[in-house]
Design a protein around this ligand. Structure first.
Ligand code: THG
Length: 368
């Protein structure tokens, strides 16, 4: 493609934008009305760093929606069909924000910073509007706003060493999804989290003017581990079965369909948005579920159409929502949202952009 995205206030730049440009970013996409680096031009090297070394990603597009005030906890609970009663301060929890139909409208990590202060670290939809409207309609005393926070992810088996070299060996004790303050002249929090299954941390920078400085510090600390820039990695995330809201979900997808049942508590309070619908859906049984597909082709597939159709004989049975060549399996694999009638081990056919059909076998997730 030769066309460009013109600069405009509608495509906001991240605190790390200048650094990623200097480090050779080759393409961007948009997410939460911001630019997100997608590629630095060498997918094989980026995958290898993530799975065998360490990679650093500008994920400032993971915006925070802050709830602050005496009713912050009440609002967080109203928005989450997961029981937050026992949520400890200093933890993050993965949650499915649903509308009144039980459809997932965002799948953020909820961070509890204090009894009166929460952050939703959001996926790509305008959760702030939803949260503010609910607060207003229910008369809750809470401010809802986007704070000055820019996450930078350090991911891969050597990420812990980089973070320990930066902040001290105490970081090795941080548990999965735990958040800690760090003492530093740059205001930031760190958490053991990130959109990969390779392990790692996310640094929540709380002053966007210091983005380039933080980027340089991470790069310097990571140098001896071979760190390099990258981006949330589609090959690794499909292998690991991480959900991409808006990619793997549509306007009808409920948490039970996409392996989020364990993040839903049906005994959450009755006034939680979507809980009544979720109870009904659970009772009736969800229509679809998420399975993997292993495609029967040797070479890397050209990009499939978005949400390519899957068939068994003449019958439409679902969609491929994402696909990639898997370096681990040395196969073309994909994530599918299919009818419950389709089982692991079933043979299905994908419609290719050429109109031809490609054979595939369904399997359980994750692939690895
Ligand atoms: N980090 C932060 N914010 C984010 C993301 C992130 N916001 C947008 C997006 N990613 C939110 N979506 C997800 C999806 C999956 C996971 C995290 C955020 C995830 N899932 C694990 C899994 O499914 O195996 C485990 C969840 C668990 O065990 O609790 O990690 O990445 N800051």
């Amino acid at each position: 493609m030769s066309h460009q995205i013109s600069p405009s206030p509608r495509v906001r730049r991240s605190a790390f934008y200048n650094s990623t440009v200097r480090d050779g970013v080759k393409s961007f996409s948009t997410y939460n009305h911001m630019l997100i680096p997608i590629s630095f031009g060498d997918p094989a090297a980026e995958y290898k760093r993530l799975t065998e070394g360490v990679a650093m990603w500008d994920v400032a597009v993971e915006r925070q929606v802050e709830l602050s005030g005496p009713d912050a906890g009440k609002l967080a609970q109203a928005l989450c069909p997961r029981n937050l009663a026992d949520m400890p301060i200093g933890m993050g929890w993965y949650v499915a924000i649903c509308d009144h139909r039980g459809t997932i409208i965002n799948d953020p990590i909820l961070l509890k910073l204090s009894e009166t202060r929460y952050w939703f670290s959001i996926a790509d939809s305008d959760l702030l509007l939803w949260a503010r409207a609910v607060a207003g309609e229910r008369g809750y005393q809470v401010n809802v706003f986007e704070p000055d926070v820019s996450p930078l992810a350090v991911q891969g088996p050597m990420a812990e060493d980089v973070i320990a070299d930066m902040f001290g060996d105490w970081v090795r004790e941080i548990k999965h999804f735990e958040v800690r303050e760090v003492e530093d002249d740059i205001p930031m929090l760190i958490a053991r989290s990130g959109w990969s299954k390779q392990g790692g941390f996310e640094i929540y920078l709380m002053d966007h003017y210091r983005g380039d400085e933080l980027w340089d510090r991470v790069r310097t600390a990571g140098e001896k581990y071979g760190i390099g820039p990258g981006a949330p990695n589609s090959q690794e995330r499909v292998e690991s079965g991480l959900l991409s809201w808006g990619g793997d979900t549509d306007d009808e997808t409920n948490p039970f369909e996409v392996r989020m049942t364990r993040f839903v508590d049906l005994d959450a309070p009755d006034d939680v948005i979507g809980i009544q619908a979720l109870r009904r859906i659970k009772e009736e049984g969800p229509r679809r579920w998420q399975l993997g597909i292993k495609l029967d082709v040797e070479d890397a597939l050209p990009p499939l159409d978005q949400w390519s159709e899957l068939r068994q004989g003449d019958m439409f049975v679902g969609h491929v929502t994402a696909h990639t060549f898997s370096p681990k399996l040395q196969k073309n694999i994909g994530l599918c949202l299919v009818s419950r009638e389709v089982k692991s081990g079933d043979i299905v056919y994908v419609t290719l952009p050429t109109g031809q059909h490609c054979k595939g076998e369904m399997c359980k997730l994750p692939f690895v």
